[in-house]
Structure formats: C-alpha cells, structure tokens
Design a binder for this molecule. Structure first.
Ligand SMILES: Cc1cc2nc3c(=O)[nH]c(=O)nc-3n(C[C@H](O)[C@H](O)[C@H](O)COP(=O)(O)O)c2cc1C
Length: 187
C-alpha cells in the first residue's frame, strides 16, 4: 500500500506544499511507502476544448495520471483562493479527467483532502469544494477526516512539523485514516 501527496500550489514557499511534505514524512515514519509530487513538474495549459481536439491531452496530464495509478491513496493539500480551489488544481484535475486510459484513477483509489491558509479558516471552504469535485464530479471515495490548518505563517517548525502538538497529532491521524482506507480499498 503506497500513498501519494501533492499540493494545489506551485509556489516555492507554499504552506500547502509544506503540509503535503509533512504528510509524506508522517506516512514514512509509520512504515508506509509515500511520495510527494510537485505540480511544478506537471504544468499544463489552461483547458481548452479546441486545444484538446487539435493536440490531444498534454503529456504531463498523462504522466500525472500514470503517477496517480501507482498509488493506492492520494492526499491533495489545497490552498483557498476566493473561497474556492485554485485554478491550478481545478485545471490539473480537469485535464487528468480527460485521459481516457484505464484505470479510472479517481474511482479506483481513496482520496483525502487537507489545506492550509494564513487566515482563520484554514482553507475550509476550498476543502468543501474539493470534496464535491472529487466525489460528485469524479466519482472518487474521499475519507471524512481532513486537516484545515489556520495561521499557516506560524504553524510550521524548522523541521517541517507542526508547532502545535495537538494539530500535529490530528494531521497524523488523517494520514493514518487515509492509509487504513487505502489498504481496505486495495485489498
Ligand atoms: C487570488 C487569491 C485569493 C485568495 N483567497 C483566499 C481565501 O479565500 N481564503 C483564504 O484563506 N486565503 C486566501 N488567499 C490567501 C492564500 O491562502 C495564501 O496566499 C496561501 O499562502 C496560498 O497557499 P500556498 O502558501 O500553499 O501557496 C488568497 C490568495 C490569492 C492569491
């Protein structure tokens, strides 16, 4: 059973990338094989139907789908932009959904969502929207456990862990819940 973590931000200093990397570390500390993928390595043009008709689905969307297919559980850690998910993340999911090869990577593995924001609500509204897109739009199974991390500017210690022990434990519990669900799903 293997887990994949990625963030809906391409920014180098992204809080959400930090949280996704922390998820990978927590998983590994629990003996679970896990990787972090950076969407910087999968940049794609904005979805355009004419572009798809003329050139097909971008190679990077195909590569990301192939990567997703290698993992049993996926955690997406997303920022919140104007109360919703960033265009980068929606565009990435839209393109990957256009790759028509088997397996359907959304229906055949388990997802978890989490988010971080400098504000008070920890990207909560973005998480609600991402849940809906994954479950309703893409037919994915999304576990109920999630982490909405507020005050992200001051939330991380130098080593990438969360300063607040309770939050660190809560996040570790989300990763564990994803691992448990992914194991069941993969069986
Ligand atoms: C266009 C835009 C809209 C934003 N809207 C929200 C918002 O609705 N809620 C929120 O908590 N933060 C909002 N933010 C602040 C982001 O949470 C902040 O930039 C965050 O650091 C982005 O995530 P990252 O650190 O992973 O790149 C917004 C930022 C941008 C650039």
């Amino acid at each position: 059973m293997r887990l994949l973590f990625f963030a809906g931000s391409a920014r180098e200093g992204s809080h959400n990338k930090k949280l996704a990397r922390l998820g990978q570390k927590v998983a590994e500390a629990n003996g679970i094989e896990a990787v972090f993928a950076d969407l910087c390595d999968y940049s794609m043009p904005i979805y355009h139907g004419d572009l798809e008709d003329a050139e097909g689905v971008p190679e990077r969307a195909q590569a990301l789908k192939a990567l997703l297919a290698e993992y049993d559980g996926v955690m997406i850690v997303t920022p919140e932009y104007n109360a919703g998910i960033p265009a980068l993340l929606k565009n990435t999911l839209d393109w990957v959904s256009r790759v028509r090869t088997e397996p359907d990577v959304f229906r055949t593995r388990v997802f978890a969502v989490s988010g971080a924001s400098p504000g008070y609500y920890g990207a909560m509204r973005s998480l609600l929207q991402l849940r809906e897109i994954l479950a309703v739009g893409l037919g994915a199974t999304v576990i109920p456990q999630q982490m909405a991390l507020p005050g992200a500017m001051k939330a991380f210690a130098e080593d990438g862990s969360l300063v607040d022990d309770t939050r660190q434990k809560m996040f570790a519990d989300v990763v564990e819940a994803l691992a448990v669900a992914a194991r069941k799903f993969a069986a």
